[in-house]
Design a binder for this molecule. Structure first.
Ligand SMILES: [Zn+2]
Length: 106
């Protein structure tokens, strides 16, 4: 469960792997379209590779690199299980075929 940023009601969030459900997620109370905030721990990911290069220089660096990697993975899992929501500002992709229902009829 997460809080809707617009009305503060609880919103049932889909499993983080269910991308299709996420793209259509909306608040059941105020109908605001919602999306997942990207987890902050994603920012730590790119640091893992240079740390493992550094790890070849000694035991201390090696231990540090492994600890850092496990902490990053743990944070990612933790944030994915308790996702934060934000209002979706980007419009949904337009359907390929538009029905001209409102067009002039003559
Ligand atoms: Zn809401």
């Amino acid at each position: 469960m997460a809080k809707c940023p617009a009305c503060n009601y609880d919103v049932r969030t889909p499993l983080f792997l269910n991308l299709d459900a996420w793209t259509h997620l909306a608040c059941p109370h105020c109908k605001a379209r919602l999306e997942m905030k990207p987890p902050r721990s994603f920012l730590l990911g790119p640091l893992i590779a240079p740390l493992f290069v550094l790890a070849q220089r000694g035991r201390v660096f090696e231990v540090f690199a492994f600890v850092f990697m496990f902490v990053t993975i743990f944070l990612l899992l933790f944030e994915s299980l308790r996702p934060k929501l934000r209002l979706r500002t980007k419009p949904l992709p337009k359907p390929a075929i538009r029905l001209n229902i409102d067009g002039p009829s003559n």
